[in-house]
Design a protein around this ligand. Structure first.
Ligand code: FAD
Ligand code: NAI
Length: 495
């Protein structure tokens, strides 16, 4: 049991100044102290404990699961699911003979948010259960690295503890980037966190940044009736996805009612009235325009979070944007300190953070160290979903790699057609000489469940012919992947 000294009356900053103070309680030395209880940190803690290490996970939020479970993946997927069902009730039901008596369906936003919170609470508490089951110590408070082998925690319920550690793992994640001229009030100018908790459906909503968050949360509120305009600086939405897929995806979202202003930069905003007036001009410069909305969601990316961690004091190197610099073993320039997840290099994805957590625990245990970043999938959970793995055409062209492409439209897939989910396509890119699969890009209702087969293909160096020759159950959307593979060097059957 860790003990603490009570310092409740002190302001947090003042308390931080007491790091390593003589009157803070010293805890038992740990093999590993992980700072951050998100998918990177909590998964690492569990795996390390399973491998026999003495582990403490420090988390300041008051609940485990990090951004992902509290204000990210889980609440957004809950709202995407609820609003998808609602959206179906507004057209799909009638087309398929489902009659709703009376005036039709309506949405109770408060109840919807309650159900979202229930999902979050159940899952975050579940991680506390997993900590107990695996013998991970959970220290609730703000962690600061006070020496290469010591973490000092300002405990949430007051007091401080000093935890000696053989190794320290930084897993402090990321935070939304703020535009300097429109700070978040989480009511009118919202980050993803505010957009997951609006109390009513805005009449007009601007989404600044047409990447993953903007498209997912823009879809949520558009399905409930908001007039959503996505303002994107680049010529295409999707933050770097395959250009052909991005174009098709934008067309589908447009049909769903989202409006797009691409190649557009936001130059300023006026938040003094009831709503927000957003000033824009063409990205290359041009005539200024303004847009009046009730709510503006700013989703222009996330920044690595290292505030108050004490990295400068112990000499851990970061880049100018706060990314903790590590080598391929996730080790920083201070040998006892490591970093995983959003806070280090690479995609800001929960499953990437989790994989790094597991691999690092195994490395501490003396096992091999390997993570294939090329086979980490990406998914946008709209309807239809978009998913991809490996390289896109633009990347291969730039690298001068010769390739073949096979495509298959979801409209020609019997399962998708039977269910009225015919929007989308599958695109498989394979090496021209060896036929090894280089990239797979999907727009399909169940793209998130189809992508693992492609991930396996990329990870194991399968050829498109391998998938084309594998029997797929009928009728499934996965047959469309098989047919796209058939199209790489030959012809599909059904198109
Ligand atoms: P985080 O989850 O950010 O966790 C870091 C934790 O560290 C936080 O809980 C923080 O409170 C804590 N912390 C920070 N500093 C300290 C300190 N000094 N002391 C103690 N604790 C500290 N990814 C997906 O793969 N799929 C999705 O569907 C998806 N949806 C998303 C939706 C939204 C709206 C958002 C915002 C993100 C989404 N992501 C998704 C991204 C995903 O949430 C992150 O990639 C993932 O959470 C990163 O995990 P992490 O452990 O590195 O950091
Ligand atoms: P993002 O990087 O996905 O998209 C940001 C978009 O904003 C880009 O298209 C960029 O060109 C644009 N942009 C940047 N500055 C701009 C400006 N000033 N004006 C207009 N447009 C501008 O970032 P996003 O959506 O904020 O998400 C952050 C991270 O969270 C992502 O990296 C993603 O990995 C993760 N995430 C993952 C999800 C998933 O896996 N389904 C869901 C949500 C978030």
């Amino acid at each position: 049991m860790l003990r603490s000294v009570r310092l409740t009356a002190l302001a947090p900053r003042l308390r931080a100044g007491f790091a390593s103070a003589a009157n803070a309680a010293a805890a038992e030395e740990q093999d590993v102290v992980v700072i951050g209880g998100g998918p990177g940190g909590y998964v690492h803690a569990i795996k390390a404990a399973q491998l026999g290490m003495k582990v403490t996970c420090v988390e300041k939020r008051g609940s485990l699961g990090g951004t992902c479970l509290n204000v990210g993946c889980i609440p957004s997927k809950n709202l995407l699911h609820t609003t998808h069902l609602y959206h179906l009730s507004k057209g799909y039901f009638e087309e398929h003979g489902i009659v709703v008596p009376g005036e039709g369906t309506s949405i109770d936003v408060a109840k919807m948010m309650e159900s979202k919170q229930e999902a979050v609470t159940t899952l975050t508490r579940g991680i506390e259960g997993l900590f107990k089951k695996n013998g991970v110590t959970y220290s609730q408070g703000w962690g600061k690295i006070t020496s290469p082998n010591e973490v000092t925690v300002d405990l949430n319920d007051g007091g401080q503890e000093v935890i000696p550690a053989k190794k320290i793992v930084i897993a402090t994640g990321s935070d939304p980037i703020e535009l300097p001229f429109m700070p978040y009030d989480e009511k009118k100018v919202v980050s993803s966190t505010g957009a997951l908790a609006l109390e009513e459906v805005p009449k007009k909503m601007a989404v600044i940044g047409g990447g993953v968050i903007g498209l997912e949360l823009g879809s949520v509120w558009a399905r409930l009736g908001a007039e959503v305009t996505v303002i994107e600086f680049m010529p295409a939405i999707g933050a770097g996805m395959d250009a052909e897929i991005a174009k098709n995806f934008q067309r589908i979202l447009k049909r769903q009612g989202l409006k797009f202003m691409t190649s557009t930069k936001v130059t300023g905003a006026d938040t003094s009235g009831d709503g927000v007036v957003i000033h824009t001009e063409a990205a290359k410069g041009g005539k200024a325009k303004s847009l009046d909305v009730d709510v503006a969601l700013v989703s222009v990316g996330r920044r690595r979070f290292i505030d108050g961690l004490g990295l400068e004091d112990v000499g851990v190197a970061t880049d100018e944007r706060g990314m903790v610099l590590t080598d391929e073993n996730f080790q920083t320039n201070v040998p006892s300190i490591y970093a995983i997840g959003d806070v280090r290099d690479g995609a800001m994805l929960a499953h990437k953070a989790e994989e790094e957590g597991v691999v690092l625990a195994e490395a501490f245990h003396g096992e091999g160290f390997a993570l294939d970043y090329n086979s980490i999938p990406s998914v946008i959970y709209t309807s239809p979903e978009v998913a991809w793995v490996g390289k896109n055409e633009e990347e291969l062209k730039e690298a001068g790699v010769a390739y073949n492409v096979g495509t298959f439209p979801m409209a020609a897939n019997s399962r998708a057609k039977a269910c009225g989910y015919a929007d989308g396509m599958i695109k498989v890119i394979a090496d021209k000489e060896t036929d090894a699969i280089l990239g797979v890009h999907l727009i399909a209702e169940s793209a998130s469940e189809l992508i693992p087969e492609a991930v396996l293909g990329v990870a194991f160096g399968a050829s498109s012919e391998d998938i084309a020759m594998t029997c797929h159950a009928h009728p499934t959307q996965s047959e469309a992947l098989k047919e796209a593979c058939m199209a790489v060097t030959g012809k599909p059957i059904h198109f």
